[in-house]
Design a protein around this ligand. Structure first.
Ligand SMILES: [Zn+2]
Length: 398
């Protein structure tokens, strides 16, 4: 930690850049205590990268556990000093007694009070939600930033994101979903945007780099998101993934496979219209190819051209699938007000653009063309190329 209480009760903060000689003198003449548990703490001035306070071994503190790494302390300090340079009023490790929480940094910006949590160690979803709600309750806007090392890049524009990583997704004012991270070693923020998961763990996403010395707070809170999306990459990754998981059965997958075989469908011969990337699909944890197949079976399969489809029925079927645990919602505590059905509505809009449906009213669509189900791999291949050529301009704009 970077702050401690002195004998006289004032807070001593290492957010100010002191010289080591000054701190050596202070250390010899002052005693320091943890502001949370009151136990004595030591001022560490070793040859480590950063000066900090640490509990003595054997002390159990409910707030600052010994797991606070230098990576975390360093990142917190860099972000704090970055806010200072922008003349943004900020306080390090501010303790709010009403909610009993201590965000890494509290700062005031644009008329709002923010609670910044730079999180480098995993915490449970329960704690994440509790803290987030605490901040809302005291009119803070939570700003969770994850330690960059948690975000695993697999290939260019392909990321492996854990359930924990998804906790950090936040919504910008223009309704983009972004995942901010920070690395104190590289001294830069990374922002993932246009996140389209094609499986539970993997997603296509865009990553932008923001070196801290030429980045402002608004670039992190409201980054300009350019929706660059490669449909080709998406379908390639999704296909690879589908083949992969069909070889590694699990009860969920078997249930899904059984259901599609009962409808004379074949996993390898699903049409291009099933498994489309759609805006906000990250709200659904179940892979797009599965939830869209369920929608197809529930509301599209038995319809003929000119038949009407009511989104209210779609939603009822969708909720039933959730209840049956065939579709799972993703846990994103900062998006608690978002309804995952939004992704389904987006899918219907996409099918309209592709000419399969026509929107008749806010909740009613009319089927224009039935989705064609390929009978062989060759046919699937041909159809897919045709589909891609014909709809290229639609598929890259999400
Ligand atoms: Zn303590």
């Amino acid at each position: 930690m970077l702050t401690a209480r002195t004998k006289s009760g004032t807070i001593f903060s290492l957010g100010t850049e002191y010289k080591k000689e000054t701190l050596l003198i202070v250390r010899n003449s002052e005693e320091f205590f943890c502001p949370v548990c009151g136990e004595a703490v030591s001022l560490k001035l070793g040859n480590q990268r950063i000066y900090h306070f640490a509990h003595r071994s054997g002390t159990v503190c409910r707030d600052f556990h010994e797991g606070e790494t230098l990576y975390h302390i360093e990142g917190k300090l860099q972000i704090y000093q970055w806010l200072n340079r922008q003349q943004i009023p900020a306080e390090l490790e501010y303790y709010d007694p009403i909610i009993g929480q201590r965000p890494d940094i509290v700062f005031l910006y644009d008329g709002n009070k923010y609670a910044l949590e730079y999180q480098c160690s995993p915490i449970t979803e329960e704690i994440f939600i509790k803290r987030t709600q605490g901040y809302y309750q005291q009119n803070y806007i939570p700003l969770w930033i994850i330690g960059r090392k948690h975000i695993k890049a697999k290939r260019s524009n392909v990321f492996s994101l854990s359930a924990f990583d998804y906790f950090f997704i936040r919504k910008t004012n223009d309704r983009h979903l972004i995942l901010p991270s920070y690395c104190p070693e590289e001294k830069q923020f990374n922002i993932l945007s246009s996140i389209y998961p094609y499986s539970i763990k993997n997603a296509i996403a865009n990553c932008t780099v923001h070196p801290i010395q030429n980045t402002e707070i608004k670039d992190i809170l409201e980054p300009k998101v350019i929706n660059q999306f490669s449909f080709f990459k998406w379908s390639k990754e999704m296909e690879k993934n589908t083949i992969n998981w069909s070889l590694h059965p699990s009860p969920d997958r078997n249930r899904f496979l059984r259901e599609i075989y009962n409808h004379n469908l074949n996993l390898y011969l699903l049409p291009s219209e099933i498994g489309l990337p759609v805006r906000h699909s990250l709200l659904i944890q179940t892979p797009a190819i599965i939830w869209q197949t369920y929608l197809y079976l529930d509301v599209l399969l038995d319809k003929s051209p000119n038949d009407l489809i009511n989104l209210k029925d779609v939603e009822r079927n969708y909720n039933q699938r959730i209840k049956n645990k065939e579709i799972a919602i993703r846990n994103a505590p900062q998006l608690a007000n978002e309804n995952s059905f939004h992704a389904v509505s987006q899918y219907f809009l996409q099918l309209e653009k592709l000419g399969l449906l026509m929107k008749k009213s806010e909740t009613v669509y009319q089927l224009q063309n039935k989705i064609f189900i390929p009978k062989s791999s060759r046919e699937k291949e041909e159809r897919r190329n045709e589909f891609y050529q014909k709809n290229k301009s639609i598929l890259v704009k999400l």
